[in-house]
Write a protein that binds this ligand. Structure first.
Ligand SMILES: NC(=O)c1ccc[n+]([C@@H]2O[C@H](COP(=O)([O-])OP(=O)(O)OC[C@H]3O[C@@H](n4cnc5c(N)ncnc54)[C@H](O)[C@@H]3O)[C@@H](O)[C@H]2O)c1
Ligand SMILES: O=C(O)[C@H](O)COP(=O)(O)O
Length: 316
């Protein structure tokens, strides 16, 4: 019987699909340090972003044939090495795009009206400082009419653009590769509307956008470091729901403290699962614990897609 370790869990519907196909699915979360010993007996492992599947683990488990990533980013897996060793590696790239895009807007709407800071402070200061807080949050802004710069115009970047245009924002988009700026927005009721973003350079986005949101994979060098943050429009708002490291965290703290950046909404961090204190406690940072894909709908789509990929793999 094919044995699969779903080490970071799998949606129950995906699990059932695998079991109905005759596979054994173990959803116990085995600690990283025990995996080299315990994964030896399995044919496949599925992970999210928590479990790392590095060279040493692959070498320790010669029975392993498949690595499944329930999600998009595969920076926690030594993909090339696994493939060189004859393993198949799959991810589910489209299943969570909409959920991530919706979190971008949840974060943006919240940040421009100070919701994270207000939620932190009101339970503590409300009774004594109610009017003080009201004054502190007086300079909220609307998103309509503002310019959103999207860096990385792939699946998520495109979903973000559709919502932004629906909200009435002007959208600038940049990608490493040439892309089609046109998008189809499906409205409630099923009508499709054709819209378009404006293509821009990274520099144009950095220097002119009111808000910048990052949607590239993990890149070794920060896209927004000291130099880039110094060139932004004063008071720019930043969103990073992509990968820690895309914004230099120390440069960001300086830029928030000086007012160059008015807020940052972060779902991803340099040090997951233990981001640095200055980030966790900063009043101008809206925090979420890597939940871009954490909706029932996305996880169900991911589970079903992953199950189908694994079933097809072992049944071909
Ligand atoms: N926070 C979360 O829970 C969550 C969930 C899903 C995905 N993500 C992250 O979002 C990333 C993007 O996902 P996607 O589905 O849109 O991927 P995608 O591959 O569809 O799009 C990424 C785009 O980035 C572009 N790109 C790559 N390097 C670039 C660079 N240096 N400058 C500009 N553009 C560049 C690519 O050409 C591509 O068009 C994933 O790699 C993952 O790291 C995070
Ligand atoms: O790349 C991804 O799909 C996201 O980072 C989601 O990560 P998660 O599966 O740990 O939620």
């Amino acid at each position: 019987m094919i044995k699969i370790l779903a080490n970071d869990g799998i949606d129950p519907i995906g699990k059932k699909l695998l079991e109905d196909a005759g596979f054994f699915v173990d959803t116990n979360n085995i600690p990283q340090e025990e995996l080299p010993e315990k994964l030896k007996n399995y044919d496949a492992i599925t992970v999210r972003s928590a479990t790392k599947v590095r060279k040493a683990l692959i070498d320790a488990c010669p029975n392993l044939k498949v690595i499944g990533r329930g999600g998009v980013g595969m920076d926690n897996i030594d993909v090339e090495y696994a493939r060189e060793k004859g393993l198949s590696v799959y991810n589910t790239p489209a299943s969570s795009s909409l959920s991530v895009a919706e979190l971008v807007f949840g974060s943006l709407f919240g940040a421009v009206r100070f919701l994270p800071d207000s939620n932190r402070k009101m339970p503590v200061e409300g009774a004594t400082n109610f009017n003080g807080l009201k004054k502190a949050y007086a300079k909220g802004v609307e998103l309509r009419g503002k310019t959103l710069g999207i860096v990385g115009f792939g699946r998520i970047g495109r979903e973000v653009a559709k919502i932004a245009i629906g909200v009435g924002m002007d959208v600038l988009a940049y990608d490493l590769f040439d892309f089609n700026p046109e998008l189809d927005i499906v409205l409630g009721g099923g009508t499709t509307v054709k819209v378009s973003v404006k293509k821009a350079t990274l520099d144009e986005i950095i220097t002119t956008a009111d808000f910048i949101t990052l949607h590239t994979p993990f890149i070794d060098k920060a896209l927004l470091g000291t130099e880039e943050l110094a060139k932004t429009k004063k008071g720019v708002g930043l969103v990073n729901i992509s990968r820690g490291g895309l914004i230099d965290e120390l440069a960001l703290i300086d830029a928030l403290n000086s007012g160059q950046v008015s807020f940052a909404a972060l779902d991803v961090f340099d040090n997951e699962p233990t981001p640095r204190e200055e980030i966790l406690k900063h009043p101008k940072i809206s925090l979420t614990p890597h939940i871009g894909a954490a909706t029932n709908e996305a996880q169900e789509r991911i589970g079903v897609e992953l199950a189908s990929l694994i079933i097809d793999h072992f049944n071909k």
